[in-house]
Design a binder for this molecule. Structure first.
Ligand SMILES: [Cu+2]
Length: 377
């Protein structure tokens, strides 16, 4: 039943015309599932005092997917992925430097990207996006890449490294069954990404072969901004004050017509609309944001009812944009967003929306909510 949807004849505009996002096999359960959903949302919308607050599902005309994605079957959960940093295996080289080793494996895997909608993905380590790799500026990095997929693949890192380590055809694209070890220094610090660079490139990226690659600044190298650098360095007390999140804006062309049918932040359409991200009001938020959307030239991130500072590509310790509520990113563009709900009395606890400010993307899955709460999130 799931597979039949792939040959479903409507394009994405047809879906909007039908007023229906859940599609194909899921449409049957969509009708049946609506009553369950309504109970769920009513439960969420009623406070302990019995007063009702705006329901995030119905407030937007219920323009979100209906039903649930089976995260256990997918093997990854978008809420867990927000904070699931992969820091690798750390050891010490003979010269005293820190060596950080990551393992990435290409795996073909069918994943559910919206309720009842399956996508034949090519993955790193069985998840889309791949693991959010995190290192410190100056680490020696060793990435052991195995291709257990059915096509040639590579890992191309955005960073500073030798031609041999670039993960392009002739320099690290490997055949199924092969292994390659990329090795380079973690630099520059920032919010970067990696992706497969086998050809055709658009297909390999769109299939799901990408992930975050964050290099934290080494505070010792930035004496003029030690505290800022420490706040960016995973594991420090200063960093622990922040509520950090990994977000990748992506999309899926489920009927292979060169246009996307579903958009998301972290793969699952409307996942953070259905399960808002809990945020403690009194602690700042930092988002590592990357756009990997294929087929559409740009994507964007808009925050409701608040403004943020933005660090383009994360390679500076002072903002490159101050006090904005929208950024646009072309494919592979990325940056760090910092904001807080603590500074303004206006920010009562409640649901604060974020989404692409292309309305079509929003309706097709790229919309979520922060659930701002007093005390611990
Ligand atoms: Cu590939």
């Amino acid at each position: 039943m799931m597979r039949r949807w792939l040959s479903f004849g409507l394009n994405r505009r047809g879906f909007i015309g039908a007023g229906l996002i859940a599609a194909g096999g899921a449409a049957v359960s969509a009708v049946r599932g609506q009553s369950d959903e309504r109970h769920l949302h009513q439960g969420h919308g009623v406070t302990a005092a019995g007063t009702s607050k705006p329901d995030h599902a119905t407030a937007h005309g219920a323009m979100i997917t209906v039903g649930e994605v089976d995260y256990a079957r997918n093997g990854f959960d978008p809420t867990a992925m927000l904070t699931d940093w992969e820091t690798g295996v750390v050891s010490t080289l003979p010269d005293g430097r820190r060596l950080r080793t990551f393992e990435l494996t290409a795996i073909d895997k069918e994943i559910e990207i919206a309720p009842g909608v399956m996508f034949a993905a090519w993955t790193f380590n069985g998840r889309v996006p791949g693991p959010a790799l995190r290192a410190m500026e100056g680490d020696r990095l060793r990435i052991v890449f195995r291709n257990n997929g059915s096509h040639p693949h590579s890992v191309h890192f955005h960073g500073i490294h030798a031609a041999r380590m670039d993960g392009v055809p002739g320099a690290g694209v490997i055949l199924p069954g092969d292994e390659f070890v990329y090795e380079f220094d973690a630099k520059p610090f920032g919010c970067h990404l990696y992706h497969c660079h086998a050809l055709p490139l658009a297909r390999h990226i769109h299939k799901g072969m990408y992930g975050l690659f964050v290099v934290d600044p080494d505070p010792a190298k930035h004496p003029e901004f030690t505290n800022v650098a420490r706040s960016r360095l995973l594991g420090t007390d200063e960093n622990a004050q922040w509520q950090e999140m990994a977000m990748i804006m992506n999309a899926f062309d489920t009927n292979f017509d060169g246009e996307n049918e579903f958009y998301a932040c972290n793969t699952i359409a409307h996942c953070y609309a259905k399960k808002p991200i809990r945020v403690a009001r009194n602690r700042p938020v930092r988002i590592y944001l990357v756009n990997v959307t294929e087929f559409d030239p740009i994507n964007s991130f808009h925050l409701h009812a608040n403004f943020f500072d933005y660090f383009d590509q994360g390679t500076t310790l002072t903002p490159t944009l101050k006090t904005v509520d929208l950024v646009i990113q072309c494919q592979a563009q990325r940056g760090i967003l910092e904001f807080s709900f603590a500074d303004h009395q206006d920010h009562e606890p409640g649901l604060y929306m974020f989404h692409a400010h292309q309305s079509e993307f929003t309706e097709l899955g790229w919309m979520g909510m922060f659930d701002v709460v007093e005390g611990e999130a």
